[in-house]
Design a binder for this molecule. Structure first.
Ligand SMILES: [Zn+2]
Length: 91
């Protein structure tokens, strides 16, 4: 279910659960057993959204929010790798 119409549907951060338009978040998808930042918001697959805040990533990891939201088993190693990658996107 992916219509091309401009949607006003709100998304919520997997860390702090704040709701906002998806343009305010970083979209993250699980692809090839890796967490990938979907900068174009175009990648297929189950995605989740995260604020551009380190605290939100920390909260999401603590709560296993990625496993839950993406319905995937994300390894600790992958979470550590992703944390390094995520920091490059921080303002
Ligand atoms: Zn957040």
């Amino acid at each position: 279910m992916n219509d091309m119409k401009k949607s006003t549907k709100q998304r919520s951060c997997v860390g702090c659960r704040k709701k906002a338009d998806k343009s305010e978040f970083l979209r993250i998808v699980f692809f090839d057993k890796k967490l990938v930042v979907d900068t174009e918001q175009k990648l297929d697959g189950r995605g989740c959204y995260l604020c551009l805040k380190k605290d939100c990533l920390t909260m999401a990891i603590k709560r296993n929010a990625f496993n839950y939201r993406l319905k995937q088993k994300v390894s600790k190693e992958e979470l550590a790798r992703f944390r390094d990658q995520f920091e490059k996107y921080l303002p």
